[in-house]
Design a protein around this ligand. Structure first.
Ligand SMILES: C[S@@+](CC[C@H](N)C(=O)[O-])C[C@H]1O[C@@H](n2cnc3c(N)ncnc32)[C@H](O)[C@@H]1O
Length: 249
């Protein structure tokens, strides 16, 4: 099954095949899907790495946003596809997402994962996909002090209206908890892809976390970086590195 080629064709024919969806997006202020394959090349490569065996395999996208990936699977004959999204993270953009899911005929479960808090999924899956995600951020204890006032705020806009985002990556204990939790929802030999955007663990202060992931998961950096304008190796690795968790056999 060549996911990369299929997704490429799916996206290039999207406008022609799904005019009702394109119509839906016209009125969106916040969410309009970028249907350029270059934007999805990393995801396609990561999903390809799962080597999905059958169209009847059970698949969950953990954090599907507009639903492009689960919609792609369903339209390509996959029979067992679920998805979740965080209502909290969607904030005021939730209505647009819900309209998109409705138009795609997707039932998306609401799920917001918190550090070291047990989360529950519908069932065990053969494949769990979490790409471009910020699930593994623990920003609960991140504070900002500005003009002697304290705020819980994780991004600011600079004078050019460019956002600067701050986050605290999961530490070793939080990663352990998450990995143990997600394994409960993987079939024996099932696989979960976690592509944090960014992958922070190459930074020197996260040595313990990197060691934990090296010992307990498979860390992979994509072969073909979608954006060739990226210059430094660390920048590329930070954006296109993910890890795979395997279900216990
Ligand atoms: C940028 S979107 C990625 C959408 C899609 N997976 C992709 O590859 O383009 C990030 C997703 O992560 C989910 N998410 C973020 N924080 C989360 C959390 N704490 N728990 C569960 N989902 C979360 C959001 O709901 C959203 O669907």
């Amino acid at each position: 099954m060549n996911i990369i080629e299929s997704l490429k064709i799916h996206l290039s024919n999207f406008g022609e095949n799904y005019p009702n969806l394109m119509n839906e997006y016209k009125t969106n202020g916040m969410h309009t899907p970028d249907l350029n394959f270059n934007t999805w090349k990393g995801q396609a490569e990561m999903i390809q790495a799962l080597e999905i065996k059958s169209k009847d395999s059970s698949i969950l996208e953990l954090g599907c946003q507009m639903g492009i990936i689960p919609h792609f699977f369903k339209e390509h004959g996959f029979t067992d596809v679920d998805s979740t999204n965080s209502k909290i993270e969607a904030g005021t953009g939730l209505d647009e997402l819900e309209n998109s899911w409705r138009a795609m005929n997707l039932q998306v479960d609401s799920l917001h994962i918190l550090p070291k808090e047990e989360f529950v999924l519908r069932k065990k899956y053969d494949y769990i996909i979490a790409t471009s995600t910020n699930i593994l951020w623990n920003s609960n204890r991140l504070l900002q002090i500005h003009k002697n006032n304290l705020y819980y705020d994780y991004y600011i806009l600079d004078k050019n209206d460019v956002a600067h985002t701050y986050f605290v990556p999961y530490d070793e204990e939080e990663l352990k908890f998450f990995v143990t939790n997600i394994k409960k929802y993987l079939t024996p030999g099932g696989k979960a892809i976690l592509h944090g955007l960014p992958f922070p663990y190459f930074m020197p202060q996260f040595k313990k976390e990197l060691e934990y992931l090296e010992d307990n998961t498979t860390i992979i950096t994509c072969d073909n970086f979608p954006d060739t304008s990226l210059t430094s190796d660390l920048k590329q690795k930070t954006l296109f590195t993910y890890f795979i968790i395997e279900g216990d056999k």
